[in-house]
Design a binder for this molecule. Structure first.
Ligand code: CMP
Length: 146
């Protein structure tokens, strides 16, 4: 069965590499069920990343994610949550270059903060973050928005 995840192209990567990243997502067999360019307010960025509140990099992360438009996408594929994490590669691009040299972060991330892309950790979080970004949205078995 198809699964959905929320994927985000972060502001600097959207400005510099939008077309290449979208091409690689499609080549990897994902359906982009929905996409919307949005600039997150600081408040929305804080809420979106609430799991990281209190970490030393939290304020920098909120600054980064609210500095300009991001591309929010719902990706559909079998096992989409894990497949998207694999395509992104590890959080830190230095690690990505070692362990997943073909991954998107190995290719497009600048550093561990400005790491180009976001994905969800598990299916429950994916449903929560899709709802946060897009509200109630219905995606059919074919990955297309109803
Ligand atoms: P993301 O996968 O979107 O989830 C949390 C984000 O916090 C992460 O990508 C990075 O942008 C950022 N991040 C995670 N760890 C660090 C770190 N050690 N230093 C700076 N930023 C980080």
């Amino acid at each position: 069965p198809m699964e959905q995840t929320l994927a985000v192209i972060k502001p600097d990567a959207l400005e510099d590499h939008q077309d290449e990243i979208i091409q690689k997502i499609k080549q990897a067999g994902f359906i982009i069920s929905h996409m919307d360019e949005k600039t997150l307010s600081r408040e929305m960025a804080e809420e979106f990343y609430k799991e990281h509140k209190g970490k030393p990099f939290f304020d920098q992360l909120v600054d980064y994610m609210s500095e300009g438009p991001s591309l929010m996408m719902i990706l559909s594929k079998e096992n989409a949550v894990e497949e998207w994490r694999n395509l992104m590669g590890p959080t830190d691009p230095e690690e990505a270059k070692q362990t997943a040299p073909d991954s998107l972060r190995a290719t497009f991330a600048k550093n561990i903060l400005q790491n180009a892309l976001h994905g969800c950790s598990n299916r429950l979080q994916a449903m929560e973050k899709i709802q946060f970004m897009f509200g109630d949205i219905n995606i059919g078995a074919d990955g297309v928005v109803q």
